[in-house]
Design a protein around this ligand. Structure first.
Ligand code: NAD
Ligand code: GLY
Length: 363
């Protein structure tokens, strides 16, 4: 098992990366003590992995319950959050109850938000089962639900006590979901680590084929980069925003198409091309770097062009959706731009240029 440490004042924790059940013997002494644990999952993942996790947790907690939420981004909302609260209250779960988020980013984000707010905060552990969740969403403490007007608009920064990435769970992941996770992996090179981008240029097919060594490297390096950024700027007052490379366009695509139609990583992939194109048109990077990124995204089987969100005024619809982005400020929409290979900056951009890029980058 490999470990990545995330250093935060009073809230540090470890990310465990294992390819089998070898991590289980290390759990004693690390898990928060309580009389109750609740595994929060969804109907798909619960059928695959909940029984084993519940069995394991029974040697640490007297009561272990399961909540299986409906599966899908379209259920990352208040109604689903209330399913968790209803169940916790009906089962008299106290303020020490430990929640275990077993699933992808949707389960992780919603369970984290439930943990942040139930009885003003209970401990939680992330057990991510998608590549996207193992390389990104389970790490760093962003928790949220969607609002019909904008993605992840209701939420809290709330750190887990531990993150357990069991790479073998990725073997049951549908290939489209694996590709979606690769999008979040691909962002780390352009914003922070060109060596990682070069490694991906040699290994992306191995990652997609489920090669355990490639997956282990991919998850570990992604978590290391993310842990380094989050340790410097936990609540995104500045630097952390670079992790949203491609997300301003991507979130507009997800919301504009209807949650769940484009996967998160698919929106991010097309969004990275748009953000890189914007960077190039601002003179921050060469055209060749945009093409290099496009080539890698294509090899990962991800979209490199955005969808048409409005046949009348497509760019206008993107702009309308992007103004709700959390990075938007009074001065306008702020984009994560690449200002050289392995380096990112945050900038506001005139609407006319954004329109140009949307027109050039949508199908
Ligand atoms: P997801 O949670 O919807 O999971 C994808 C699909 O795979 C689901 O149908 C799920 O049931 C299924 N699944 C999960 N694990 C499986 C397994 N091992 N085998 C078979 N099927 C499995 O999607 P996701 O891509 O994991 O996460 C996307 C979400 O993460 C979005 O809501 C996004 O906003 C959020 N996100 C959050 C952060 C953060 O920092 N908190 C970062 C990135 C993304
Ligand atoms: N996924 C972006 C972040 O955690 O900040």
């Amino acid at each position: 098992m490999e470990k990545v440490f995330i250093q935060l004042e009073g809230r540090s924790y470890e990310i465990w990366i294992a390819s089998d059940s070898s991590y289980q013997s290390a759990l004693s002494g690390v898990l928060p003590s309580a009389t109750s644990a609740v595994v929060v999952s969804n109907t798909t993942v619960a059928g695959l992995y909940a029984a084993a996790l519940q069995e394991l947790l029974k040697s640490h907690y007297p009561n272990v319950d399961l909540i299986a939420l409906p599966d899908g981004e379209e259920f990352k909302n208040w109604e689903t959050l209330n399913i968790i609260f209803d169940s916790l209250l009906k089962n008299s779960c106290d303020r020490k109850t430990v929640l275990f988020a077993l699933g992808g980013g949707v389960v992780g984000d919603i369970t984290g938000f439930a943990a942040a707010t139930y009885m003003r905060g209970v401990p939680f552990v992330q057990v991510p089962t998608t590549l996207l969740a193992q390389v990104d969403s389970s790490v760093g403490g962003k928790t949220a639900i969607n609002h019909p007007l904008g993605k992840n608009m209701i939420g809290a920064f709330y750190q887990p006590k531990l993150v357990i990435c069991n790479l073998s769970t990725l073997l049951t992941l549908p290939i489209r979901e694996l590709r979606s996770g690769v999008a979040e992996v691909l962002k780390y090179g352009p914003i922070a680590d060109m060596d990682f981008m070069v490694w991906l240029e040699s290994n992306v097919e191995k990652v997609l084929a489920g090669d355990m060594d490639a997956l282990a490297h991919c998850v570990r390096r992604s978590c290391e980069i993310k842990a380094g950024v989050v340790a410097q700027d936990e609540c995104e007052s500045g630097l952390r925003a670079i992790l949203n490379f491609g997300h301003t366009f991507g979130h507009a695509i997800e919301a504009g198409m209807g949650y769940g139609v484009w996967l998160h990583g698919e929106g991010v992939a097309a969004g990275m091309v748009m953000a890189a194109t914007l960077s190039h048109r601002l003179g921050l990077i060469d055209e060749s770097f945009v093409q290099r990124l496009v080539a890698l995204i294509q090899r990962a089987g991800l979209p490199t062009r955005g969808p048409i969100l409005d046949a009348g005024d497509n760019a206008g619809r993107y702009l309308e959706l992007m103004r709700i982005d959390k990075k938007a400020e009074a001065g306008g929409i702020r984009f994560v731009l690449i200002d050289g290979p392995g380096s990112a900056v945050l900038r506001t951009v005139p609407d006319s240029l954004i329109r140009e890029v949307i027109d050039a980058c949508c199908v």
